[in-house]
Design a protein around this ligand. Structure first.
Ligand SMILES: Cc1cc2nc3c(=O)[nH]c(=O)nc-3n(C[C@H](O)[C@H](O)[C@H](O)COP(=O)(O)OP(=O)(O)OC[C@H]3O[C@@H](n4cnc5c(N)ncnc54)[C@H](O)[C@@H]3O)c2cc1C
Length: 291
């Protein structure tokens, strides 16, 4: 199908973009990589009268690594972030997760910020933003604000961005020294949306567990974080049996069944994957290595 008619706007600055968004109100949509929006328009699941295409906006395509964050602009494509060695060194979880986002052709065009703004609980990067306790940076005609990941996702495909507001970028937090991370998912074919996925971070101090956290893909309505620290902190990592975390993960998730998998199957996968990623993250932390 073809999309409903729309007016295409091509602003050159954030100020111009938010001025157009303010003018067109609820009838406007930001267009970034188009990898989610264009199929939605073609299927006429949405019919906005105005597309505010931010691809010509200057200054939104940078990756910056600071002491406490990896900050990316709204036009940073998944593929650019995946290849960025500085971002990988600062937070290996970014590349670990990005490898699982769709296919390379889609990663070449789709933006990481767009995937977070889209707020799809089947997306990998919302779960990573949540686990890293990151922030979304937003701008509107009224000014700018920063939104913590914990407040950003309101429900499936629903964020707290308001009418007239665009995301100008996101900041992924960095983990403390002694942290190992891992990401794993199960999909019917590589590149498909995950039936279930788990991101994990395990922090050790002198071989003793001090923090254990996980977040989920496709099995929770929003990418909330399961904090397992209380169950495992204070133990020598060599003595920890991560199989015990599987039951906590199964209790935490709330999957839907669909034509691809039943809810029970997704729940089972979430448990198995949680044990797998915690084992890998703990081993990485112990070796002091990143992958
Ligand atoms: C076949 C296929 C498979 C895919 N598989 C996966 C997958 O496995 N995992 C995964 O995570 N994703 C997957 N995707 C989606 C892909 O990652 C998208 O690129 C991403 O979700 C959206 O980014 P985008 O830049 O293309 O956004 P767009 O498609 O341009 O926009 C998506 C939505 O976000 C809004 N938006 C985008 N940018 C902003 C902004 N800066 N401010 C405010 N709102 C904004 C748009 O208005 C729109 O509502 C897949 C896509 C396809 C076509």
């Amino acid at each position: 199908m073809k999309p409903s008619p729309f007016v295409h706007h091509a602003p050159r600055s954030v100020a111009e973009a938010v001025a157009v968004l303010a003018e067109v109100g609820h009838d406007g949509k930001v267009l970034a990589g188009g990898q989610s929006l264009i199929p939605i328009l073609n299927m006429r699941l949405a019919a906005p009268g105005h597309l505010v295409d931010i691809n010509r906006v200057a200054g939104l395509d940078t990756v910056e690594v600071t002491d406490d964050a990896v900050r990316i602009g709204a036009l940073v494509r998944h593929a650019l972030l995946e290849r960025h060695d500085g971002a990988f060194a600062a937070n290996p979880l970014l590349r670990q997760a990005l490898r699982n986002v769709a296919h390379p052709a889609i990663r070449n065009r789709g933006t990481t910020t767009g995937s977070i703004a889209h707020a799809d609980p089947s997306g990998e990067m919302p779960a990573v933003l949540a686990l890293t306790q990151g922030y979304v940076e937003a701008a509107s005609a009224a000014g700018t604000r920063e939104i913590a990941a914990a407040d950003f996702f309101l429900g499936p495909l629903e964020s707290c961005l308001t009418e007239g507001e665009m995301a100008t970028g996101v900041r992924f937090g960095r983990f403390p020294a002694g942290t190992g991370t891992a990401f794993a998912e199960s999909a019917r074919r590589h590149g498909d949306y995950a039936l279930a996925g788990v991101a994990a971070a395990v922090t050790l101090t002198d071989g003793v567990v001090t923090s254990v956290r996980a977040s989920f893909v496709s099995v929770t309505p929003t990418p909330d974080v399961l904090d397992l620290t209380e169950a495992f902190a204070g133990r020598e990592v060599a003595d920890v049996d991560w199989v015990k975390a599987a039951e906590m993960a199964r209790d935490h998730v709330d999957p839907d069944g669909d034509i691809h998998a039943t809810a029970d199957y997704r729940r089972m996968l979430a448990g198995v994957l949680t044990t797998r990623v915690l084992t890998e993250a703990a081993a990485t932390a112990l070796e002091g290595q990143s992958r």
